[in-house]
Every structure is written in structure tokens, then in C-alpha cells.
Design a protein around this ligand. Structure first.
Ligand code: ADE
Length: 225
């Protein structure tokens, strides 16, 4: 999968993709991430990327021209399955969206800033608008990092243990059951007996029950879906 990210703050996106699973996914050729500085496409003397909003009011708006230039350039090079805009008024991200996106070949992600982007970009180029939750960040970069992380780990081959993405919380609309590792007892706090039993059937049953119980108490909305 190829991911192109358009941003005015490329520095914010350096480290999230250069460690751990993301770096390994890049090294193994599962994902190719390209970060583009929108400022490089500004034709104004001072490399401006924003301007005052028509009609007045506080806050700057991201200008149409540099963003349109870079989107047109990239679109001429390949076909994009989705051109995504990260924005607090988008559709709230959930696992099913990540599953869908993980199947695509090329996606482009535009990170918003200031008051947002000139609406004509949204009307004419953007195919999907995503929010990572009902709160406002200073910009779309951290939201884009969240989206990319959640999507890339689902690409087959990225995780060592193929089943581990499938047993994540939310994959079956259920939260994950509790997990334990050694030692079997610490401060008198014991690991549930069944997990030490070596009986795979009983262990599976216990995990299912725990997942269901956890979902009922913490996220009953998932069970209604
Ligand atoms: N940009 C600012 N806040 C955001 C959010 N909650 N989700 C996505 N993009 C954003």
C-alpha cells in the first residue's frame, strides 16, 4: 500500500512511522509512506499556505492553490482509492473503516490546520472525511498518524502473528479479554487458574466469556450494533 500525506507540519509525522511495527512494515515493503510539505507547492513570495476567510471572522483558512497543485500532481501519477481529509467534523473512525482502508492500493491523506481547508478542496477532491473523536486537535497530523497506524497493522504480513490483528478488540464488535504473563503469582495476586490449565477448549471458553462480560460493562453500545 502507498500512503501520501499532505501536511504543513511534516516534522510532526517523522517519528510515528520510523519505529516499531510501522518501520518494520516499511522495511518489509508492505507500506510506502510519502510525506509532502504543502508549503513546497505555494507560489506566493513568502510561501504562504493560508489566508483570511471571506466574510470575516477569526482564524485563517488553508488556501486552495497549493493543495490543489499537489493533489493534481499525485493524481496524475497514480489512481487513488480514497483521498481522505482529517477533520473533527468527519465520520468517526472505527475498526470497520480501518479494515476497508487496509485493502486499498493507494490512499492520500490531507491534514487540516487553522480554521480548516477551503471548502472547494473538500467538494472537488476529497472522497472521505475522518475524525478520530469528538475533540479538536491543533491539526490533522496526529489524527493521520492514528489512522495510518490503525490501518497499516491490518495489512496481511505486517504483524508477525497473523491472528493477532484478528483477535484485537473491536474486530468482532467485542473488547479483548484480559491477558497475563509470568509470574503466575505476584504479591499474592494470582493468574486465573484456567489459563494455566493447558486445556485449550476451556481457555477459549473463558476468553469468550470475559470478552463478552467486558463489552457488556464497558461498551454495551458495541453489542447493540
Ligand atoms: N483535526 C483536528 N481535530 C481532529 C479530530 N478530532 N479528528 C481528525 N482530525 C482532526
Amino acid at each position: 500500500m502507498r500512503i501520501d500525506i499532505l501536511t504543513v507540519l511534516p516534522q510532526l509525522l517523522e517519528s510515528p512511522f520510523s519505529v516499531s511495527i510501522m518501520q518494520r512494515a516499511k522495511d518489509k515493503g508492505h507500506v510506502d509512506i510519502h510525506i509532502h510539505n504543502i508549503r513546497d507547492y505555494s507560489t506566493s513570495k513568502h510561501k504562504n499556505v493560508d489566508d483570511y476567510q471571506y466574510g470575516g471572522g477569526a482564524g485563517m483558512v488553508m488556501s486552495i492553490e497549493p493543495i490543489a497543485t499537489i493533489i493534481e500532481k499525485l493524481r496524475a501519477e497514480r489512481k487513488y482509492d480514497e483521498i481522505i481529509y482529517m477533520t473533527p467534523d468527519g465520520e468517526v473512525l472505527e475498526q470497520s473503516i480501518c479494515n476497508q482502508l487496509s485493502l486499498f492500493e493507494n490512499i492520500m491523506i490531507l491534514c487540516g490546520h487553522y480554521k480548516g481547508v477551503d471548502e472547494r478542496i473538500r467538494e472537488h477532491y476529497i472522497t472521505q472525511e475522518i475524525s478520530i473523536g469528538s475533540y479538536v486537535l491543533s491539526g490533522g497530523e496526529l489524527a493521520a498518524a492514528v489512522l495510518v497506524d490503525a490501518v497499516v497493522r491490518l495489512i496481511p504480513g505486517v504483524l508477525n502473528d497473523e491472528t493477532s490483528a484478528l483477535t484485537d478488540s473491536f474486530q468482532d464488535n467485542l473488547l479483548s479479554p484480559p491477558v497475563y504473563t509470568r509470574p503466575p503469582e505476584f504479591n499474592g495476586w494470582k493468574v486465573p487458574e484456567v489459563l494455566l490449565s493447558g486445556n485449550p477448549k476451556e481457555i477459549d471458553k473463558w476468553r469468550e466469556q470475559q470478552a463478552l462480560e467486558r463489552t457488556k460493562t464497558r461498551r454495551p453500545d458495541l453489542l447493540n450494533d
